[in-house]
Design a protein around this ligand. Structure first.
Ligand code: CP3
Length: 340
């Protein structure tokens, strides 16, 4: 087994920097589009054999150093009592946005077995993979943003109306989500996940003060518990330059950095006693290959060969990304970071 990724998470010295890319399985790959043509995203997620196949596609195509389970952060919402669908051009839509006390009380704290198809996909993958498998879940703030706003949002006004205006209701919702996510990540680890990532994609909406008051206790409830298993935990967000110290306190073996945060500066904020993951701008992959390669080298230069860096994008890979550029960046990272 190629365990570079796990060793880097633990800040051990490695022969080279491990590389994978967030959302590495998806629409930019022709193999994915071929499978997806005849099925919905949810069908792919709910069929372990297909979820397994899609997870393997970027491993075969690019020899990534880690696989991320093919699933979606929103999957727990349906059994909790908040059904959603993916609408063309709109992204996820939660059918009845959750905004009242009665609706929050009605949400169920589900057992992870209700997402048994995800756990089954993990068990299948463990038989196929020769690189570590990353499980994942959405963080409470990011999940709450879809639940309350009903989909993607520009200003998060409904969410913040509750957060500022009815903190008791806010904390009740966040606590329920946190408990669901905590159990779900534990179940993924029991099923065989070698590491887990918590996606708090939209938390950069908050000031450090509000993060500490409204989010940190719930993230910490999840991360401290999951970290106790000894499995590496990656804690990711975007727009978080001013939240890194607070996120670090909330937990995580490795902290994610987006592309707006200079890697060297961000790592200093977090402290070199934690690992970092990132942080190539995903849109750089649309530039000519040579330019993308030079940006990838700059990211590695900023990490300066320090143990504990995992090369990744600063956010998920975008549809339309040229496959050849992805391959060239992966090869560059492997060659340029090689240590004698
Ligand atoms: O390789 C992988 O990482 C695939 C597994 C994965 C998916 N979603 C599959 C997916 C992961 C890790 C996610 C996480 C996820 N889902 C996040 C956090 C990561 C981030 O990018 O911030 C979020 C916010 C979601 C919610 C979500 N799912 C959105 C906003 C969308 C919409 C998109 C759109 O472009 O229409 C999805 C759909 C989704 N989830 C796709 C994939 C591959 C799109 C592909 C498709 O429709 O076939």
């Amino acid at each position: 087994m190629n365990d570079l990724f796990l060793r880097a998470c633990r800040r051990e010295t490695t022969e080279r920097t491990p590389v994978w890319m967030m959302r590495q399985a998806g629409r930019y790959m022709p193999e994915y589009r071929a499978l997806r043509e005849k099925r919905t995203l949810i069908e792919l997620c709910k069929t372990p054999e297909l979820a397994c196949e899609v997870t393997l596609q970027p491993i075969r195509a690019f020899q990534m150093d880690a696989a991320i389970l093919f699933a979606d952060i929103l999957l727990p919402l349906e059994p909790m009592g908040a059904p959603f669908s993916f609408e063309k051009g709109e992204g996820p839509v939660v059918h009845s946005p959750v905004r009242t006390r009665a609706q929050v009380d009605a949400l169920r704290v589900i057992e992870p077995e209700e997402l048994g198809y995800v756990l089954e996909a993990i068990r299948l993958l463990k038989k196929e993979l020769n690189v570590p498998l990353i499980g994942f879940a959405g963080a409470p703030f990011t999940l709450a943003s879809y639940l309350i706003e009903g989909g993607k949002s520009a200003h998060y006004d409904q969410m913040k109306r509750i957060m500022y205006g009815d903190p008791d209701l806010w904390h009740a919702l966040m606590a329920k989500l946190a408990e669901v996510v905590r159990k779900y990540l534990h179940a993924q680890i029991e099923a065989g996940a070698d590491a887990v990532q918590l996606f708090d994609s939209w938390v950069g909406q908050l000031s450090p003060r509000d993060y500490v008051e409204f989010v940190a206790p719930h993230v910490s409830h999840i991360l401290k518990s999951v970290e106790a298993t000894g499995v590496p935990v990656l804690h990711f967000g975007t727009g978080t330059a001013l939240l890194l110290k607070q996120q670090r306190e909330a937990g995580g073996t490795v902290l994610g950095l987006d592309w707006r945060t200079p890697l060297a500066w961000g790592w200093e904020q977090i402290g070199h006693d934690r690992g970092v993951q990132g942080n190539l701008d995903p849109t750089v992959l649309f530039a000519p290959k040579e330019i993308a390669i030079s940006h990838a080298k700059r990211v590695l230069d900023e990490a300066a060969g320090r143990p504990g860096h995992i090369f990744n994008l600063g956010h998920g890979i975008l549809p339309g990304t040229p496959v050849d550029t992805v391959r060239a960046v992966v090869e560059t990272v492997k060659a340029y970071s090689a240590r004698s």
